[in-house]
Structure formats: structure tokens, C-alpha cells
Design a binder for this molecule. Structure first.
Ligand SMILES: NC(=O)c1ccc[n+]([C@@H]2O[C@H](COP(=O)([O-])OP(=O)(O)OC[C@H]3O[C@@H](n4cnc5c(N)ncnc54)[C@H](O)[C@@H]3O)[C@@H](O)[C@H]2O)c1
Length: 204
């Protein structure tokens, strides 16, 4: 019997509904690595892929401690650490077939809209380039653009809840569910896309 979603909310804003987890095909038994997996959205993604039956590793600056998930020391800005983490994960769990590049930071002061927009545009362009370059091998690459998801990162910002058309912050689970879908067989014809998960905060 699937657990209700609220079991994974870590004391953050309660998910508004209590529905069972949908079983996605194509995740079971696959090797997965989630960066920035110690807390927040990354942790929820690692748990969701684990619950979907993947063999999951989570990498972070401090080794993630998550039941049923291999915790790995990883600073994504250090190339040698990335190589070492991959070697360790592949030795322990087999090939990494699902790679979730979630690690990131948000610098509040001084905040530059131009710098933020440039980095977001860079991620979008890089996603499309990777998708195009690897399409012939059957590899898909997609990006998510979350906004105002209730994590420690957002807790450090001014309260923008009233600016979200859906009237609340999103939950890490609402991001993790989209990631799980994009990792599953159900999205096998989707590549080079950027999916906004933001309650209408930015509608483009
Ligand atoms: N929460 C939001 O509303 C929101 C909005 C837009 C983008 N994002 C992005 O989503 C991702 C997750 O956000 P979150 O809210 O869960 O953030 P968070 O700050 O709660 O968690 C980020 C995790 O990444 C880890 N990390 C940071 N630098 C790292 C590095 N160099 N190597 C490895 N791990 C590192 C941190 O230790 C932390 O565990 C981030 O990339 C963030 O920029 C979040």
C-alpha cells in the first residue's frame, strides 16, 4: 500500500492533498545520482526515485544520510571530486542512468536580476545542446525551473507567497514528481525541454 505524500514533507508546508503515490514505469533497478541531495528538493528527489525502485546515490557537501540511499561526499565545483564520486557510485550501484543535477545556491545579496536571468538562460541553452548532442544515443536531457518551493533556501528570502497565483509555496514533492516523470519511461519522447514548476509565479 503506497504511503501518503505527507509522510515525506519533513515538517515543511503540508501538501494539500493526501493521495497515493502513482507507480511510474522505467525507474526500477536503474542507477541514479542526485547532486545536492542532503536536503530540500534534492533529498525529496532522491527519496522519490528510491521509492520508485531505483538504486539511488545522493551527493552533497556533507554526506547525505537517507535510508536506502548511498550518501556520497561531493562538491560539484571540484572536478576531481566529481570523478571520484562517479567512480564510487558506479562501483557500488552500477552505471548511473538517471542523473539529476540539483545542487545549486541562491545568493541573496547583492541580487542581480540580469545575472539570474543569464544563468537561467545558460541552463536552458545547455539543456537543449546536451539533448541535441546525445539524442542519437537515446539519452534524453531536460531541465526544471522551480520557483518558490518551500525549502531552507526560500525561507532565507523575503516572503513572496502572495505573489504566487496559486496562493502558496510549492513543496519539494511537487518538483520531485516532475523529475520522476522525466526519469521514467512515460516521458521517453521528451527531450530538450524546460519545465516550469512555479504555481504560475512566472508565466511565459
Ligand atoms: N527552492 C526554490 O524555490 C528554488 C527556486 C529556483 C531554483 N531552485 C534550485 O533548486 C535546487 C535545490 O534547491 P533547494 O531549495 O532544495 O536548495 P537548498 O539550499 O535547500 O539545498 C541545496 C543543496 O545543495 C547542496 N549544495 C550546494 N552547493 C553544492 C556543491 N557545490 N556541491 C554539492 N552540493 C551542493 C547544499 O549543501 C544543499 O544540501 C538548487 O539548485 C536551487 O538553485 C530552487
Amino acid at each position: 500500500m503506497p504511503r501518503p505524500r505527507t509522510a515525506r514533507m519533513h515538517g515543511l508546508e503540508t501538501f494539500p492533498y493526501d493521495w497515493p503515490v502513482v507507480k511510474l514505469e522505467g525507474i526500477e533497478e536503474r542507477g541514479a545520482l542526485v547532486t545536492g541531495g542532503a536536503r530540500g528538493i534534492g533529498r525529496c528527489i532522491a527519496e522519490t526515485l528510491r521509492d520508485g525502485g531505483a538504486r539511488v546515490a545522493a551527493g552533497d557537501l556533507q554526506t547525505p544520510q537517507i535510508d536506502g540511499v548511498l550518501g556520497v561526499d561531493l562538491d560539484v565545483t571540484d572536478e576531481r571530486a566529481v570523478d571520484a564520486a562517479f567512480a564510487h557510485v558506479e562501483e557500488s550501484l552500477g552505471p548511473v542512468e538517471l542523473l539529476v543535477l540539483n545542487a545549486g545556491i541562491f545568493v541573496i545579496e547583492p541580487f542581480s536580476v540580469a545575472a539570474y536571468a543569464a544563468s537561467k538562460a545558460g541552463i536552458m541553452a545547455m539543456t537543449k545542446s546536451i539533448a541535441s548532442e546525445y539524442a542519437g544515443t537515446g539519452v534524453t536531457a531536460n531541465a526544471l525551473a522551480p520557483a518558490l518551493i518551500d525549502t531552507e533556501m526560500v525561507a532565507a528570502m523575503p516572503d513572496l507567497r502572495d505573489r504566487v497565483p496559486l496562493g502558496r509555496f510549492g513543496t519539494p514533492q511537487e518538483v520531485a514528481d516532475v523529475v520522476a516523470f522525466l526519469c521514467s519511461a512515460h516521458s521517453s519522447f521528451i527531450t530538450g525541454e524546460v519545465v516550469d514548476v512555479n504555481g504560475g509565479f512566472l508565466i511565459d
